[in-house]
Ligand binder design. Structure first.
Ligand SMILES: *Cc1c(COP(=O)(O)O)cnc(C)c1O
Length: 496
């Protein structure tokens, strides 16, 4: 069966997967969603025998039906190869009674690699399939991890250029260094005065500016997006939740049909939405535990039914989750209002105009798959430290939010269902904060790289190559602009 994609904001004719991947965002500002949700047609005991790559094909072929088998397998093989430092791609580690799904074994040591290793292949393949002659310009706003992972994926890919905007002062020092040292003639990194939401809003505006699109086209370019609004990013993220389930099955931790809970430290609601899509496809999932940091707009939404972004933006030690406008929530809203684009659009317009919207009680009843919680900095740090002292295992400050919220959930509900926590970054990427949690006495007088050395010793693990690389790499990108100047920056990068 062919799966087509429609916008969450209008009744415009649905389009093929490859077109949806190319466009990123619908021209009406909506997000592309599959018209029908595919379901698994093989037992999990059979899926459990597959490699990560085979399972990826199983999932992706159900969504991207206009790609041939050979095209999809080529994309998969080029993505999930020795760029990852383990053949398992996404290993599952049991510590203190929970399963950490390590999604940080790719090139930039955060979970964004899971999707951004394959997205460039999807996009260039989709361009070829659709006879697109233009060069593709990837425009991306990042809260720290997407930007680097996207550039690592797109650097020197023929027919593409990539621009990344990040909030100046709003990312960790390691994240910043990873970005500003990016190689590749087709890459451009720009810091902006403002926070992530400012960057994301400006990027969306540039995307939807018809004059900009016309000028690009006249010069042989067109936009695409590497942000998690792109369906080509969402679908690869479903794979590892299925893989986690299969791993548990294979290792005898659960039996076929048993449910698991999945906890996801959340920002833009992309990673947890992928788990939800997995559940809709038939993955036996009990609760989806949505974990927020002090920017707890999602926690409040699930509790009250009101999404309200009118609040102070708080910089935390889990910067990749410092977000007040969770773009991917729109896909969930669309679904719980009965796949009604008019209703969804009215809510999104209210968010853009008034900074908030409230869903109906009927819609709220559709949210029972989710449990939402949040953790303060103190709870996060205490949880990381406790886990380390108990087991010697070190998690990063984003995973720490998932860990803290999950512990609270289990206390509150007594639910002992086997639980997978998405481990979204290597602790080395946030070594300063992680060290503050596990050994604060080591901090005084040490710079980031010295803290990394200490972390390697304490955790008994080797520094990943992504860190070694930035110790000496020269800074190549130094531009800082206001959000209003972003369109001009795009034009000057392209020379138009
Ligand atoms: C992006 C990111 C998150 C949040 O993921 P979303 O899909 O935006 O919810 C969590 N942790 C890390 C390390 C990230 O890079």
């Amino acid at each position: 069966m062919d799966i087509l994609y429609r916008s969450t904001r209008s009744n415009a004719a649905p389009i093929t997967a490859s077109k949806a991947i190319l466009q990123g965002l619908s021209p009406d500002g909506g997000l592309f969603v599959p018209e029908t949700m595919p379901v698994f047609d093989k037992p999990f005991s059979e899926l459990a025998e597959m490699s990560y790559q085979e399972l990826a094909y199983e999932v992706m072929s159900k969504f991207f039906t206009d790609f041939t088998e050979e095209e999809l397998r080529t994309c998969i093989e080029n993505a999930y190869d020795s760029k990852f430092d383990t053949e398992k791609i996404a290993p599952l580690v049991k510590k203190d009674g929970v399963y950490f799904l390590e999604l940080f074994h790719g090139r930039t040591i955060a979970f964004k690699d899971m999707a951004l290793s394959i997205l460039p292949h999807f996009i260039t393949m989709a361009a070829k399939k659709n006879g697109v002659k233009n060069n593709i310009l990837i425009l991306t706003a990042t809260s720290g991890d997407t930007g680097k992972a996207a550039m690592a994926g797109f650097a020197d890919v023929p027919g593409t250029k990539i621009m990344v905007f990040f909030p100046d002062g709003g990312v960790s020092n390691i994240q910043r260094l990873q970005m500003v040292t990016q190689r590749g003639e087709n890459t451009c990194v720009v810091a902006i005065h403002g926070n992530f939401d400012d960057a994301q809003t400006a990027v969306k505006k540039i995307f939807n500016d018809p004059q900009m699109a016309a000028d690009l086209a006249a010069n042989g370019y067109q936009f695409s997006s590497a942000n998690s609004i792109n369906i080509g990013r969402l679908v690869p993220q479903i794979v590892y939740y299925v893989y986690a389930y299969c791993t548990l099955l294979k290792e005898g931790e659960i039996r076929e049909g048993d449910k698991i809970n999945i906890t996801v430290p959340t920002g833009n609601f992309g990673n947890i939405l992928a788990a939800y899509y997995g559940k809709l496809m038939g993955l036996p999932v009990g609760k989806l535990i949505c974990a927020s940091n002090d920017n707890k707009v999602l926690f409040d939404f699930f509790r009250t039914g009101e999404y309200d972004r009118k609040r102070k933006f708080i910089l935390t030690s889990s910067p990749s989750m410092d977000i007040l406008i969770s773009s991917n929530l729109e896909r969930l809203i669309y679904r719980i209002c009965g796949n009604d684009p008019e209703k969804n659009r009215a809510l999104m317009e209210s968010l853009a105009g008034n900074g908030s919207y409230t869903i109906t009680d009927e819609m709220r009843r559709e949210l029972s798959d989710f449990y939402a919680g949040y953790a303060s900095e103190e709870e996060n740090f205490a949880g990381i430290r406790e886990l380390y002292e108990k087991t010697g295992y070190v998690i990063d400050t984003h995973t720490g939010i998932g860990n803290a919220v999950y512990r609270r959930y289990r206390e509150e509900t007594g639910d002992t269902t086997p639980t997978v926590i998405a481990s979204t970054a290597s602790p080395f990427k946030f070594a300063g904060s992680v060290m503050r949690a596990i050994a604060p006495q080591e901090l005084p007088g040490k710079n980031d790289f010295e803290l990394i050395d200490t972390l390697a010793k304490l955790s008994g693990t080797k520094e990943p190559y992504a860190i070694t690389d930035i110790r000496t790499a020269p800074v190549r990108h130094k531009t800082v602009v206001d959000a209003e100047e972003m369109p001009g920056t795009v034009r000057s990068f392209l020379g138009i």
